[in-house]
Ligand binder design. Structure first.
Ligand SMILES: Nc1ncnc2c1ncn2[C@@H]1O[C@H](COP(=O)(O)OP(=O)(O)OP(=O)(O)O)[C@@H](O)[C@H]1O
Ligand SMILES: [Mg+2]
Length: 358
């Protein structure tokens, strides 16, 4: 559907050139990263296509987008997990100023994973090996970076850490995953992932498949770990854009392998200026006061396949306010109203016809 509305620039939406990621105080810097898969038929899927951002010490960046937009591929790229069929195409990733691109997987496992950047995996409940006790899986994390650690020091460390994250350490460490409730298993996964106090934690859909009260408990635990300085900075990946309101300080909305809007949580949630991020907000149920009666509006269609270049705006086929030139003009990220936006009409009234913020 195309709505031909008058295109008038908004006064408050000041525009500017494409920004570069900040260099100072950043623990993670991602510069024009491109990552692709090669399918078994030899097709190239450009799942991440030119993403740049920086994560500061103490910052939580939320990354939101529908299924298949490239969120998990982006974080795999940020961790240097280039395991075929996933390949680094171009661009750089630096953690604490040091590039991790080009490292062998072995070097990466020794020097980066777990210590500098650690992942709480998507589907964390299934990431625990059902045939091993929690203490054995946790010990592996320590031993992977300190082969000489002795049994007693490992046990002491595990008991201290598991107690600190609110678990009955003796019971939990000596249990098999199947003997523990979902919320406890989730705490164990988070406890194990963060054992080495990584600089950056990547939480990929850490609350999906959990009931609402367990979701809240997991988010509370992540904040506790930040307060205790076990975690310092985090990438929090979710389908649920509204959830980020209570979690992150900034948000990047991802679509078809690209960032389409990147700003503060307030900017993206309350005053989104990109049609996809506005539609994504409008498609979610909201439990916010005064919003419970608002009916969610689904985004028709599905994200495009990424096996060949898409001319023009990647969202144009589904955009309720697409203009005739959107399908042919490539969209670049630029600054509009203080955040990065990928939409030629972001500083016009046209975008305000789409769904909208809370
Ligand atoms: N092993 C693979 N081989 C080929 N293409 C893949 C592979 N894994 C993912 N893709 C493709 O890469 C794109 C990005 O997928 P990705 O899993 O990163 O998305 P996502 O945003 O994390 O989705 P979800 O919210 O469902 O987890 C999709 O088009 C997907 O089909
Ligand atoms: Mg994913």
């Amino acid at each position: 559907m195309t709505v031909s509305a008058p295109v008038r620039p908004l006064e408050q939406a000041a525009s500017g050139p494409t920004p570069k990621p900040a260099k100072s105080n950043a623990v993670l810097e991602v510069e024009d990263l491109r990552v692709h898969y090669v399918t078994r038929f030899g097709h190239k899927i450009q799942a991440v296509d030119g993403v740049s951002f920086s994560l500061k010490q103490g910052e939580i960046l939320g990354i939101a987008g529908e299924s298949g937009c490239g969120k998990t591929t982006l974080v795999s790229g940020c961790m240097g997990l280039y395991i075929p069929p996933l390949f680094h195409t171009s661009g750089d990733v630096r953690i604490d100023g040091k590039s991790i691109v080009g490292m062998t997987l072995e070097q990466n496992r020794k020097e980066v994973l777990g210590q500098k950047i650690a992942m709480i995996p998507q589907g964390a409940l299934n990431s625990l090996n059902p045939t091993r006790k929690i203490k054995d899986m946790a010990a592996d994390m320590i031993l992977s970076h300190d082969e000489s650690a002795d049994k007693k020091s490992i046990n002491d460390r595990l008991r201290e850490r598991f107690t600190r994250i609110g678990l009955d350490a003796d019971h939990v460490l000596n249990s098999y995953p199947v003997e523990l409730p979902a919320g406890t298993k989730q705490r164990c996964v988070i406890g194990i992932s963060t054992l080495l106090n990584p600089k950056v934690v990547v939480a990929d859909e850490p609350t999906s498949a959990l009931d609402v009260s367990t979701q809240k408990a997991v988010i509370k635990l992540l904040f506790e770990l930040m307060d205790q300085e076990i975690i310092s900075s985090m990438l929090f990946i979710t389908h649920e854009l509204p959830l980020l309101r209570h979690v992150s300080s900034s948000i990047a909305v991802m679509y078809a392998g690209e960032f389409v809007e990147y700003g503060t949580t307030e900017q993206v949630i309350f005053e989104g200026r990109q049609p996809y991020s506005r539609a994504l907000m409008g498609s979610m149920l909201s439990a916010e006061p005064g919003q419970k009666s608002r009916k969610p509006v689904a985004i028709e269609g599905a994200p495009p396949k990424l096996d060949k270049p898409i001319p023009g705006c990647r969202f144009a086929e589904r955009c309720p306010v697409a203009q005739p030139d959107c399908r042919t003009t490539e969209q670049v990220l630029r600054i509009v109203a203080g955040r990065q936006v990928r939409c030629k009409y972001a500083d016009t009234e046209v975008v305000e016809q789409v769904g909208g913020g809370l």
